[in-house]
Write a protein that binds this ligand. Structure first.
Ligand code: G4P
Length: 193
């Protein structure tokens, strides 16, 4: 997605060895115009796929996922990282280890929102080590859903996430693929969409 790549080049900042900061348009402040375009690109790709739900994980996944769901006219569900008092239904859970934060969290989705009739597209803002995506896939498989793919805004292709997701047989569709960083500049490779 050319406009996304241009925006990363313009506003992204490389932090240390392996982190791309995009908090001015994606992970903290949000650019709705860019998000709408992201929604349209994924919706165009999947408009005939018979999707029934978009699934993501809080917090930053919620933003692109909501725009994709809006374009397709289907609900979006986000996995929660902490249980709250209103979550009284049966929960589907998966343990997700964060290499960045060095902690394991249990993510959860109420069982009532997913069924064997669902065909799901997973959407997330970043694909790094793939643990969040694998956790979501595990929950969706437990619920008996069909998983049509994993849609990613920014994939860090030098980390293991894409290979780990593809090993499950589920295809990955990334709008921007980062090959690496060179002297503070982002080096891209050809994206999927
Ligand atoms: P993984 O899910 O692919 O295994 O990723 P990892 O454990 O390495 O990353 C944990 C968190 O850090 C995730 O957000 C992920 O989106 C984010 N992250 C990973 N690499 C980058 C990066 O280069 N830039 C930015 N901005 N974020 C990155 P999270 O903990 O779920 O956070 P949030 O969505 O609640 O903010």
């Amino acid at each position: 997605m050319e406009s996304l790549v241009a925006r990363i080049k313009q506003d992204g900042t490389v932090l240390g060895e392996d982190i791309l900061k995009v908090d001015s348009f994606l992970t903290h402040q949000v650019d709705p115009k860019l998000m709408r375009e992201i929604g349209r690109v994924f919706a165009e790709k999947f408009k005939t796929a018979g999707l029934t739900k978009i699934v993501t994980i809080e917090a930053s996944g919620n933003v692109p996922a909501a725009y994709v769901a809006e374009e397709l006219g289907i609900p979006m569900i986000f996995a929660k990282k902490a249980k709250n008092v209103t979550m009284t239904d049966d929960l589907l859970t998966a343990d997700v280890y964060s290499f960045t934060k060095k902690v394991t969290s249990t993510i959860q989705i109420s069982q009532k929102f997913l069924s064997e009739q669902d065909k799901v597209l997973v959407i997330d803002d970043f694909l790094a080590n793939g643990q969040a995506a694998l956790g979501l896939i595990s929950i969706l498989k437990t619920a008996g859903c069909e998983v049509a793919g994993v849609g990613i805004v920014i994939e860090k292709s030098f980390q293991t996430g894409r290979a780990l997701v593809e090993e499950t047989g589920i295809p990955v569709f990334s709008l921007a693929r980062v090959a690496g960083f060179d002297q503070g500049q982002v080096v891209f490779r050809e994206a999927d969409l």
